[in-house]
Design a protein. Structure first.
Length: 450
């Protein structure tokens, strides 16, 4: 018995010695200074495209971030909290499915984070997120790991956390209380209190092991293939199509015998790196057949504590297309006749077939013709006169501060996300589509906070 006690004592001593010392939140924030960057991307004309966060993992400028932060960029710069700017040379590696990218900043002797082991994380463990939401640099928030979700259709695990995440924080580090990075913050669900997600850092560590040469940004949807092979064939440009029955918009991609479709979520769902409705069909002779895969949140009220709870459910059903033309797609898909019981986590009723029709959002000529016309007739910006009640609200367009209301917004044609913020009032948001040379007015009536 005495020998057994000594063995247990020795094991306890080894475990205590191997565990890194715990830190408080101010120490973690202080130690990370100079290790977390703001990332600003631009298109081929030098216009701002997106803004996000990232963190340095090597002294020569390797930076981990989310893939969607740099998606479609032609160039990028990174900014440190001390105001120093560095040019991004290009991509080292990325995994689009896991929303992870490694980029390379031009410079040397950078401060770097310490990477932890996300496989050792446990539900209930305290974590700290640091990022740059709405350009407010080095914003610190804390919480716990509220769940570890293994989502096979998204290629692996996600960390559900209570530490708040806002636009602009995407790609930032998630620290454990030892000050080691254990995740990459990636999205939040608007309307779901404390429903935020991060990608385990071990996904990025696997990607770092494949890093080779720097590849320049191309400005395309997928700047370089995941393995860095620049000889892969390009992907066709996405087009927006609308369902005649539901009014929902879908991003369609035509690639040889395949058609891919992703539903464009309304403003209630931010960061579609987790939630999705995605389909893939293939032409076989005269038939188009495939699958629709969904992964969506569902909220219900707990009858015991009266709190809103969220469950995520996945679904896979068949889809068939009967007619595909440049201006119209007709087909049918399977649906559960009774919908989904959120509380029980079950689909109700048998599977039925439901017909649908898709038409291009732009009812003009084909994509090739539209591109030719665009080159000869450049688009002009549209304007929106923005007001709020009360006036003086801060206006953000696509996560960048523009002005206080009232003001006139001068926006490029396309979809934009407008938000308003004002102390003591609830946040206001709206997704708008701006046409070439269009003029419009928009008034936001702000509600008092409780």
């Amino acid at each position: 018995m005495k020998l057994l006690s000594l063995i247990f004592l020795a094991a306890s001593v080894v475990a205590a010695q191997s565990a890194p010392p715990q830190k408080d939140i101010p120490t973690i924030a202080k130690d990370s200074n100079g290790e977390i960057v703001s990332i600003i991307t631009s298109d081929k004309d030098g216009n701002p495209l997106a803004r996000g966060s990232g963190f340095l993992v090597s002294k020569d400028g390797s930076i981990v971030t989310n893939y969607h932060v740099i998606r479609g960029a032609s160039s990028a710069i990174v900014k440190l909290p001390d105001g120093a700017f560095y040019e991004v040379e290009g991509m080292l590696s990325f995994d689009k499915d896991r929303d992870v990218a490694i980029i390379k900043a031009r410079g040397e002797n950078f401060h770097t984070v310490n990477l932890g082991n996300s496989d050792q994380l446990q539900v209930g463990e305290a974590v700290v997120a640091i990022g740059n939401p709405f350009s407010f640099e080095s914003t610190v928030s804390s919480g716990i790991v509220s769940g570890i979700r293994n989502i096979e259709v998204e290629g692996g695990k996600f960390l559900q956390i209570t530490a708040p995440i806002s636009p602009g924080s995407s790609g930032g580090p998630l620290f454990d209380m030892a000050g080691e990075v254990v995740g990459i913050t990636t999205l939040y669900f608007k309307g779901g209190e404390n429903l935020n997600f991060a990608i385990p850092i071990n996904d990025a560590k696997r990607l770092l092991s494949t890093v080779s040469n720097v590849h320049k940004f191309s400005g395309e949807t997928d700047p370089e293939p995941r393995d860095g092979n620049a000889n892969s064939s390009p992907v066709n440009t996405d087009e927006i199509w609308t369902s005649m029955s539901s009014g929902r918009d879908y991003k369609l991609r035509f690639d040889g015998p395949y058609i891919y479709a992703d539903m464009i979520f309304p403003s209630g769902l931010q960061g579609a790196t987790l939630a999705f409705i995605r389909s893939e069909v293939k032409k076989d002779g005269s038939k188009w057949t495939g699958k629709i895969k969904s992964f969506l949140p569902c909220q219900y009220q707990n009858i015991w504590n009266k709190q809103m709870e969220t469950k995520w459910f996945s679904e896979e059903v068949a889809v068939e297309l009967s007619s595909v033309t440049p201006t119209r797609i007709e087909g049918r898909s399977q649906v559960y006749s009774g919908g989904y019981d959120c509380k029980k986590g079950l689909f109700k009723g048998p599977l039925d077939w439901k017909s649908f029709t898709l038409i291009p959002k732009d009812p003009g000529p084909s994509a090739a013709v539209r591109e030719t016309v665009a080159k000869s007739s450049p688009e002009t910006n549209g304007t929106i006169f923005m007001t709020s009640n009360p006036s003086g609200a801060e206006i953000y367009v696509d996560d960048s501060f523009v002005a206080k209301s009232p003001t006139t917004l001068n926006l490029k044609p396309g979809q934009h996300y407008i938000r308003m913020f004002m102390k003591d009032y609830k946040n206001w948001s709206r997704q708008v589509t701006v046409g070439s040379g269009s003029e419009a007015s928009l008034t936001a009536t702000l509600e008092k906070s409780n």
